[in-house]
Ligand binder design. Sequence first.
Ligand code: PLP
Length: 391
Amino acid sequence: MSSSQRFVADHVAGLPKSGIRDFFAIVSQMKDAISLGIGEPDFVTPWHIREAAIYALEKGKTSYTDNKGLITLRREISKYVERFFHVNYNPDNEVLVSVGVSEALDIALRAILNPGDKVIYHEPCYVSYSPSITLCHATAIPVATSAEDDFAIDPDKLIAAWEPGVKAILLNFPTNPTGGVTERSKLERIAKFAKEKDIVVLADEIYAELTFDGEHVSIASFPGMKERTIFLHGFSKAFAMTGFRIGYACSTPELVEAMMKVHQYAMMCAPILSQEAAIEALRNGEEAVLDMKDKYQQRRDFICRRFNEIGLKCHVPAATFYAFPSIRDTGLTSMEFCQRVLQAEKVAVVPGTAFGPSGEGFFRASFSNSYDQLMRATDAIERFVDTLVKE
Ligand code: PLP
């Protein structure tokens, strides 16, 4: 340990290192590994969206913007959210453009949490949830979902986890890493509970457009929910814009103003070129999104079929670009399975435990990969599983 370690704040020193980061440090050293580990689209951002950023640059748009984001973008976001999610947000004071959903989540938590407050969330979940809560000196209350229930968000379990001091509930649907969607009736129960207990709902709906089966319903669209929900969304997944680092948070004027206070000092504003690209994405990007979604769906059907053939039970994800097959029958832990398949066959998948302890017995395989890669990867996993059977 270097001597400067003593300068690091206790709550930062105590944060776990991301399981994914550790694992992919190893993968990056391997020359010809096939990675199904990446949580981002394999598509390049559609050309017309990239062109909008290039054009903005050519026109010399290199300045800061309004802290809340360009008003043109906020207006487009407001129209889009109304059309797709059926919630009406005023672009003047209910929309805040952020540096990805990552920043939106961070400023939302920092805007509402006092030290010692508690936040309930479901798990396995996106890796940043628990650390982001801890960084606010608040307490994370994870609620394990169950494999037997295909990791569906369970309102009863969330409600049972309530205790005095709970200020918020953090939901992600469709869900990373399980690909699950959450039905309207379950969201309605959670909404009722949030109102009864007077708690805020943070709704990370970043994968909404990539819903293959059924219809995405936003919790903010229910009566009386807009005023207690912070709706988080962005461009990274559906529009394949991860590198642009652009997203947004929508809520009441008071909550947007509170988030603005944090955002203006921490970030000032999202990059102007990304904002210009995002305007184009919302105006003319729908066809490209549907096209990518169609390809993900075909790949999903392929990879899930292959996993089940191999004997790795795989629930078909209704959304996202993640499959979450079970390795329970192999007798290995998630980490052992992932390390061994990487060593033996040079295929990288993410141990389910990277997303929380209840991910044990599973791994996450991203199907944002070409057919060819998916075919080679699943053949390699099959060879590996066959050797286990013979051991
Ligand atoms: N929320 C979830 C559930 C995610 O899976 C991710 C990225 O993987 C993010 C938020 C972060 O998205 P962004 O690129 O907009 O920061």
